[in-house]
Design a protein around this ligand. Structure first.
Ligand SMILES: Cc1ncc(COP(=O)(O)O)c(C=O)c1O
Length: 387
């Protein structure tokens, strides 16, 4: 089997890279993309498309459908129907479009905070209101608060929920029981679920996730699922994703709104990237998961040994660590600003994901191990200085 190297990617500085176009000496570990080079199998497919030399309008071929259907059937146990899958240019584009289609002005959209910050934008920018059901933290683990969830879902103004499965930033893979209960409660209160599953392939080695639509007939019927190869295979700039809805009415609404918003047409590289990822990328992905897992353990062990008052779980999914510094600060925004100013280490304050994120920061460890080690030394120095 081919062995892939994650230790020595090319530098991204000066490449108009959102993450790395920062001050010299700064170490950015905030935005969610990887510093790893894309799998050679995917780069070859893109090169072949480039070499064709003509980049006119493209359509989705059968191989695009087959690639998605095969990957989700074999990796994740979800059998999707070809006719229920729609191309879209991105998960955020899809969610924003769906919010506008599935709510009337001022209706409420439920999200479980702390959660991916852009959900807030997709909701308010499209005329709806955010309804937060905060997750519960017991000092070690995060879980859903079903009492609060049911109370919020029972508000007749709440018509939509955006589920993050697996969850960014806390890194949970939701269990079958939890997802089934979400489905039951949403069905009972006539709430449609958008399940954002963009992080689903970035699970711990040997561990899978459960697609919401695969949990029960109810979950399948009331949901629209957003999936993509872009997080797992580091292809965010390809603008390539898909929306799946099994229910004919929801499928029609999704198809209509994605087309109305003109986010259902691919660029030249969107389909070849997805096809190569889902048909040829499995080995690369599994090695990337192993590498990320080791990075996460490195942070956990270093924190336990060298960073008093810093706590974290090795998250089950995502390449993100959700680090508890509540014993060190009551103002994480200020803490992360000082951390950046004084050491150059750039992480995201937990409050970016809702007030419930106070006391945490999010750190992306999808990068060479040497950078993780560098980050840990910076953090250690900072904590020693602040006392
Ligand atoms: C939960 C979640 N959804 C969506 C996205 C972005 O998706 P896209 O680039 O397809 O818009 C991210 C990126 O970090 C994310 O974490």
């Amino acid at each position: 089997m081919q062995h892939y190297n994650f230790d020595n990617p090319p530098s991204r500085r000066g490449t108009k890279c959102y993450k790395w176009d920062c001050q010299p000496g700064e170490l950015p570990m905030w935005i969610a993309d990887m510093d790893f080079e894309v799998a050679p199998e995917i780069r070859s497919a893109l090169q072949r498309r480039l070499d064709h030399g003509i980049y006119g309008y493209d359509s989705m071929g059968e191989d695009w459908y087959d690639a998605y259907l095969g990957w989700w059937r074999e990796r994740h146990g979800l059998c999707m129907e070809r006719e229920n899958l729609i191309f879209s240019t991105g998960v955020v584009a899809s969610i924003s479009s769906l919010v506008r289609k599935l709510t009337t002005p001022n209706e409420k959209v439920l999200i479980q905070t702390p959660v991916y910050n852009i959900f807030f934008n997709s909701i308010v920018n499209n005329g709806a209101r955010v309804l937060e059901s905060p997750l519960r933290y017991d000092g070690d683990n995060w879980s859903m608060d079903f009492t609060d969830l049911e109370q919020k879902l029972s508000d007749p103004q709440c018509t939509l929920m955006i589920l993050c499965n697996p969850h960014n930033p806390v890194g949970r893979i939701w269990s079958r029981g939890e997802l089934a209960q979400v489905g039951e409660l949403c069905d009972k209160h006539h709430v449609t679920v958008i399940s954002d599953e963009i992080h689903c392939d970035l699970t711990a080695p040997g561990q899978g996730y459960l697609p919401f639509a695969a949990v029960s007939e109810v979950c399948r019927r009331i949901s629209i699922t957003c999936i993509a190869p872009t997080k797992a295979f580091n292809l965010a700039g390809m603008h390539s994703s898909a929306v799946y809805a099994a229910d004919p009415v929801l499928h029609h609404k999704a198809w209509r709104t994605l087309n109305t918003d003109e986010v259902a047409e691919p660029n030249t590289f969107a389909a070849p990237a997805a096809i190569a990822a889902f048909t040829l990328g499995g080995n690369w992905l599994d090695q990337a998961r192993d590498y990320i897992w080791e990075n996460k353990k490195l942070v956990r062990d270093f924190a336990a040994r060298e960073l008093p008052g810093v706590k974290l779980r090795v998250s089950d999914a995502t390449y993100l660590l959700w680090v508890d510094v509540s014993a060190r600060t009551k103002n994480v925004q200020n803490f992360t600003e000082r951390l950046r100013a004084e050491t150059g280490l750039w992480v995201t304050p937990g409050t970016a994901y809702g007030a419930k994120g106070e006391g945490f920061f999010r750190m992306n460890v999808a990068c060479p191990r040497a950078l993780v080690e560098d980050a840990l030394e910076r953090l250690k120095g900072f904590l020693t200085d602040v006392g």
